[in-house]
Design a protein around this ligand. Sequence first.
Ligand code: 9MR
Length: 570
Amino acid sequence: MKTSLTFAGCLLMALSLLAWQPLAIRRNQVGCYPWQEKVIVVEGINPTGKVRVTTPTGKTMKPKARVREVLSPWSDKKRYVVDLGELTATGRYHISVGNEQCDLVVAEHPYHDIAKASLRLFYLIRSGVPIEQGGKYNRPLGHPDTCVFVHPSAASALRPAGTIIRSPYGWYDAGDYNKYVVNSAFSIGLMFAAYEWQRDYFSSQSTDIPESKNQTPDILDEMMFNLRWLLTMQDPTDGGVYHKLTTPNFEGFIMPTECRQPRYVVAKSVTATLDFAAVMADAARLFEPFQQDYPGFSAIAAAVSERAYQWAKEHPTAFYRQDQLKDPAITTGTYSDGNARDEIFWAASALYRLTGKQSYLDEARQHQPQRFSTPSWGNVAALGIFEWLSPIPLDDTSSMLRLLTDYCNAAVKDIGSSCFQSPYGNTPRDFGWGCLAERCCCEAFALLYADKILGTTKYRRAALQNADYLLGRNATGYCYVTGFGDRSPMHPHHRISAADNVEAPFPGMLVGGPNPAQQDKKDLKTPCPSNHPDESYLDVTESYASNEIAINWNASLVAFLCWLDAETAK
Ligand code: 9MR
């Protein structure tokens, strides 16, 4: 009995390992534009003379493929970058290289559905309301957050420790159920930056949410759901903003209705307060035309923003220090950093745009960054730069534009020798916690943004190559967005997706991606299959360092893919 079980076990394991072998052909599993280059990457087989393409009308041909051989910078894997030449008719192409085969879809609007799903995801992760328009993902209300305790670290004269406040709504941050101001404000700020340049697109986009029928674009309605929560995170006593709303420890993999831990608002921090100030200043401006749906909101947002900024000026060293919290101790995500220059730059820039006050202009100028880095929760300087380079630019923007174009020129310079014909993915720095968002999507977003301002399309090709990477032309062969492509994550580190008894995870979620630091190593039942930077990815629930999802990451997916779709929607 024992022997046969072991044998069966081995067989199962071998079969599942076989099932996990990625195809030798790597390509964008979602689709390409007719006018775009059609590049696939073949691993391990030299495809010269072996490529066959069957067109959507059933004609089989031998394309004039150009093949470039390249060695992975991290392993001895040989890859072949194959340019299939012109495949301009729309439809499904069948491609074979020896015994390996796959399909490649060419469509006028290949990103339409995935772009919509990336934004609709925010509806599915709303907290404090029942989800009733989520189809098979409907669920009852969880985390009402109508009884939230003021933690001792957050106490003030009018709100001593233990005071009960209401702090409902907002999105769950990620795989966990907490709500963090830094990450929330960052996510909204990034999506606002996309909205500002693509208002027509977003005005006509419907994501089938309860507010879809009102006069406000769905993207703004969705942001409002989180802004309403953010408003509750400001201490009315002094204008400072709590760093997060959290349980003492992460919850287990249970549904929201089963969660029993008390929830606290903890410590006001300078970074959370400045991010709050920035995003409220933007919200005040952007919601102004939608008074009909949100009467009075703009005035409130402007007032709370200025107040928060003032608090931050008075508390420049109030950095979040989780190690100092007690009664109870808090062990959940930190989102802490010890440098607020970038947050000051973003907030002062946003407030200058809103109010025109000289003091904000001076502060923004003083904190201007020296270089452009892709936006992330820990470095929001790019969001400040986007304020300056918006459709109605502020003052003299030439220095900001130079930072952005210097960055773009550096990003595209090695594509010709890269493994996957993309600006992303060529240095170990491109891989780490949340890299697919913070580096791949945000790099592409910066490239598209630069094109828009310059009135060119010179960076568009490179941005599309990052989409190809993200959606399957990569070292693992995964399309890293759930519900899309033919090999996408099925077990993201996401509590609801793991506990809801629905097999497929929520669609439209971007996972963090390959992360050679493997901070989750000790918690993995299956070891990560590879230590190579671009292959350190594991589609199991326990892999929080490579397979979690998060609002800031989906925000970058929205900014990138909706922008792409918008630019080609006309
Ligand atoms: O995105 C965050 C990443 O940059 C950090 O390296 C990591 C470890 O501190 O935390 C990530 O943020 C997590 C947050 O702290 C809690 N919710 C889940 C987030 C995504 O993993």
